[in-house]
Write a protein that binds this ligand. Structure first.
Ligand SMILES: Nc1nc2c(c(=O)[nH]1)N[C@H]1C(S)=C(S)[C@@H](COP(=O)(O)O)O[C@H]1N2
Ligand SMILES: [Mo]
Length: 425
């Protein structure tokens, strides 16, 4: 935990902001590139004036280089909005460097973030509070600053492993990371505003702009989780300024919970007297069936519930998949494990498709909600094709499944990681 003085912190903060860059917006039509328009507002105007065909909306193209995207070695799923992840062997670090953190955007990166522009920015806290707050960055830096490592994982991580296939970004295993986040406890800010007894949920809003007809991306968390000492309004990532792609100037960090709870480009927290009922909290969005369902089946909406904490999970980050090793040569196996609100008890590995399992050495996380590390050494004495399987167990009796239980949107996938290797004579 750090409590730097306001002055030094603020100076650091401004020193690390990169030079101003520009983003742009382009409209792409049936006939290809139609027009280049300076601002999103102008784009909307073009639509309003009927300059664009019906059903033909502007597509926001972020200035990706200005936002530091794509990152080197990234597997890019979509550029607009930008979504990209890393192969597991790129995630071997104990603390994920910023340049290896996946990026998941539902819409365009706000111009303010790309320009690292604090001008006019404030964080509004309103709704079921005694005192509405409008906090500047300076105001936020006056609260005690807290630093912790936190696993951040998209609810759809592992979606590509669902059978039958589900729609949505086909994340493999890399929409997860564990970086170091610094910021203010959300609790401290909510206490300053004074919660009314009617406060039950947050409604989180960011400055991102929607590039289709859907509502602006907004999710929320129960007041109990908002008041947890580990829930942060993060202002820094890995000791540096919060990058544009990761939510400059402020984002929520909601440890143990799915990434969508961690609103980026945060500028408004509406304290609700009911469960937040935005589009992304409703229907099949970020919701899972209340009971196990047959793969391919879609339960009625009333049988869906909000996805919250992650399930027990592990990742093999070493060796890289499909490498060749010689017979009798010891192989170092390493990875991470995490379990949402729970703790990891052990991680076992198998090289014979789950017949026999062996213990690994478990290394405790730096703080609650950071990932655990595990490692072991294996020697295979016969040539052939092998798979290293890793299976994590949490402290309340759960372990990773061998095949992926199914849900309509491919959320909370935690099937065991199978890593192929070849042993040659
Ligand atoms: N404002 C805003 N916040 C957002 C999102 C978004 O599209 N807009 N995506 C969410 C989702 S679904 C995830 S998984 C995380 C991803 O955070 P990252 O891009 O820093 O990895 O941000 C969350 N916060
Ligand atoms: Mo996500």
């Amino acid at each position: 935990m750090q409590h730097p003085s306001h002055e030094s912190n603020n100076k650091n903060f401004l020193d690390t902001i990169p030079t101003t860059r520009r983003n742009f917006l382009i409209n792409i039509g049936k006939a290809g590139l139609l027009a280049s328009i300076g601002t999103f507002g102008a784009g909307c105007e073009a639509v309003n004036q009927g300059l664009l065909d019906r059903g033909f909306m502007p597509v926001i193209l972020d200035d990706l280089p200005a936002a530091g995207l794509p990152k080197a070695d990234m597997l890019v799923h979509t550029e607009s909005p930008f979504n990209g992840e890393f192969a597991p062997h790129h995630l071997n670090d104990d603390v994920t460097p910023t340049e290896r953190h996946f990026v998941r955007n539902n819409s365009g990166i706000p111009e303010r973030a790309i320009k690292y522009d604090l001008n006019g920015w404030k964080l509004v806290i309103d709704g079921e509070v005694h005192k509405k707050l409008e906090l500047s960055m300076d105001d936020l830096l006056h609260f005690p600053q807290v630093t912790m490592e936190v696993v951040l994982e998209c609810a759809g991580n592992g979606r590509s492993l669902f059978v039958p296939e589900v729609s949505g970004t086909p994340w493999q295993r890399g929409a997860v990371a564990c970086s170091e986040w610094t910021g203010v406890r959300l609790r401290d800010v909510l206490q300053e505003a004074g919660l009314k007894p009617t406060a039950v949920y947050t409604g989180n809003y960011g400055e991102d702009i929607s590039n289709d007809s859907s509502e602006q991306f907004s999710r929320g968390i129960p007041i109990e989780k908002a008041m947890d000492e580990n829930t942060l309004i993060a202002l820094k990532m890995n000791g540096g300024v919060l990058p544009a792609a990761h939510g400059f100037p402020a984002r929520l960090i909601v440890p143990g919970w799915i990434g969508s709870a961690m609103q980026k480009w945060l500028n408004h927290i509406w304290i609700r007297d009911r469960v937040h009922d935005s589009e992304k909290m409703s229907g099949y969005s970020y919701r899972i069936p209340k009971y196990p369902i047959e793969p391919g089946n879609k339960p009625p909406i009333e049988d869906m519930q909000i996805a919250t904490a992650w399930r027990v999970k592990s990742l093999i980050t070493q060796p890289q998949a499909s490498l060749e090793f010689s017979t009798g040569h010891p192989i170092n196996i390493r990875g991470h494990a995490w379990a949402g609100e729970n703790h990891i008890e052990k991680v076992l590995v198998s090289t014979d498709f789950g017949v026999q399992w062996q213990e690994t050495q478990l290394i405790s996380p730096s703080n609650r909600y950071a990932w655990y590390h595990w490692e072991t050494e294996l020697t295979l004495t016969n040539k052939g094709y092998y798979e290293i399987w890793a299976r994590a167990y949490d402290d309340i009796g759960n372990a990773q499944p061998f095949t992926q239980p199914w849900n309509p949107k491919g959320y909370l996938g935690n099937v065991i990681h199978r890593l192929p290797i070849f042993i040659i004579a």
